[in-house]
Design a protein around this ligand. Structure first.
Ligand code: PMP
Length: 402
């Protein structure tokens, strides 16, 4: 069955043979890398390393071709055209780019963001709105959920035109947000809709062209790719309208003493030497995911989540903060032990890696009335045995602590 299939697949990830005792449950922070991705990085540096888009010699042509092929792979993966794909350093940079570029375009009067967002989809909009004198509206949440009536009220009353940015899956609680319905509300009120897909893309298939979304951001490292590479996808006509974010080499057309014109999209947004190896590594990671299929991955993560909720919810004194529609991420705390102590004991006594803290979402934790939580998050190489080790690890930690 599915668990057996994914158990075998674990062998593709060399960190697990290097560290056989590791139970890695911090996948919402970053994922481990399969050999295919590691080998792709090595292969690039060993056989094809040269800067892109600059030189006419053969090596540079090959490295440019590899970089552009990687862009095409990413575009095919999320159902868009290559010129609508911008390579960035990660979700954080993609969202900063958007907040600056949409803000500086002078077209928008307000930014709207739900309170459960990761800081990287909250603080850029908040700070740039304040810097440029735009309105900033946080949307209230209920526990960990967003209600459509709150969205409706705010998009009706806000200053227009506006930008609404939200996540597809919260990193703090694993709440699968109703972003499709929100995007519809935003568009019917004439707004621009941005999706932070950092947690969604690793778990769920996505079709940009068929969606009601204007911009989408995600990170390579959360979907088996390298760190330092991420994606901003955007509708071409919108990308053409907005200002560049960074200035420098690669992104210009003609530079005059006083004025400069810029390269066409996507190059207008890729100043300087890009992460060429990272782009190739990300493309390899996406091929790996596609090969397994989202259908299998989503089902497996769903099974793991269900099993974990069942087993964790019978531990006395343990509170689970997950919602009924949480996916792959479970946050919890125990009445007798601080989340940091619990996470440390889980690691020390049982080799289980979970996250503790505010999960870069202080406003979300404030709404829950807590300052810190433990978080276990799953990805495709996790097994039901890992869940058993987490449960046993919590019980051992509680015994040790008392
Ligand atoms: N948004 C969400 C929902 C996230 O989970 C994360 C990473 N934890 C980010 C944005 C930021 O991603 P990165 O650190 O890769 O830029």
């Amino acid at each position: 069955e599915l668990d057996e299939y994914f158990k075998k697949l674990k062998a593709d990830f060399p960190i697990f043979s290097e560290r056989p005792d590791l139970v890695y449950l911090d996948n919402a922070a970053t994922t481990q890398k399969p050999s295919a991705v590691i080998e792709k990085l090595r292969h690039f540096y060993v056989t094809a390393n040269a800067n892109v888009h600059r030189a006419v010699y053969r090596l540079a042509e090959e490295s440019t071709a590899l970089y552009e092929e990687s862009r095409k792979t990413v575009a095919d993966f999320i159902g868009t055209a290559p010129e609508e794909i911008i390579f960035t350093r990660g979700t954080t940079e993609s969202l900063n780019l958007l907040a600056y570029s949409l803000g500086l375009s002078g077209k928008y009067k307000s930014f709207i963001v739900p309170l459960f967002e990761h800081h990287s989809n909250f603080v850029p909009w908040q700070q740039i709105a304040h810097t440029l004198g735009l309105k900033f509206y946080p949307v209230k949440i209920h526990g960990g959920e967003l209600f459509l009536e709150d969205v409706e009220a705010i998009v009706k009353s806000c200053e227009k035109p506006f930008v609404f940015s939200m996540t597809g899956l919260t990193n703090s609680l694993g709440y699968r947000a109703p972003f499709e319905a929100v995007a519809k509300l935003v568009h019917s009120a004439g707004g621009i809709f941005v999706l932070d897909a950092a947690q969604l893309i690793p778990h769920e298939a996505f079709d940009f062209a068929a969606s009601d979304i204007d911009f989408l951001a995600f990170s390579g490292h959360k979907i088996l790719g390298p760190t330092g590479i991420g994606v901003l996808a955007g509708k071409k006509e919108l990308l053409e309208q907005i200002r560049p974010f960074q200035y420098g080499g690669e992104m210009i057309d003609k530079v005059g003493e006083q004025d400069t014109t810029f390269a066409p999209v996507p190059y207008k947004f890729e100043a300087g030497t890009p992460n060429i190896a990272g782009a190739a590594g990300l493309a390899e990671a996406l091929k790996y995911v596609k090969n397994i299929s989202y259908e299998k991955i989503s089902k497996h993560i769903e099974n793991l989540t269900k099993n974990a909720i069942e087993k964790l919810s019978v531990i006395p004194g343990l509170t689970l903060y997950c919602q009924k529609n949480c996916h792959g991420i479970i946050s919890f705390s125990h009445e007798n032990i601080h989340p940091h102590d619990l996470a440390e004991l889980l690691s020390r006594l049982s080799g289980v890696a979970v996250r503790s803290g505010h999960h870069c979402s202080q406003q979300q934790l404030k709404v829950l009335g807590v300052s810190s939580l433990c978080r276990a998050s799953f990805y495709l190489y996790n097994t039901h045995n890992d869940i058993d080790k987490l449960v046993a690890g919590i019980q051992d930690a509680l015994r040790w602590f008392s």
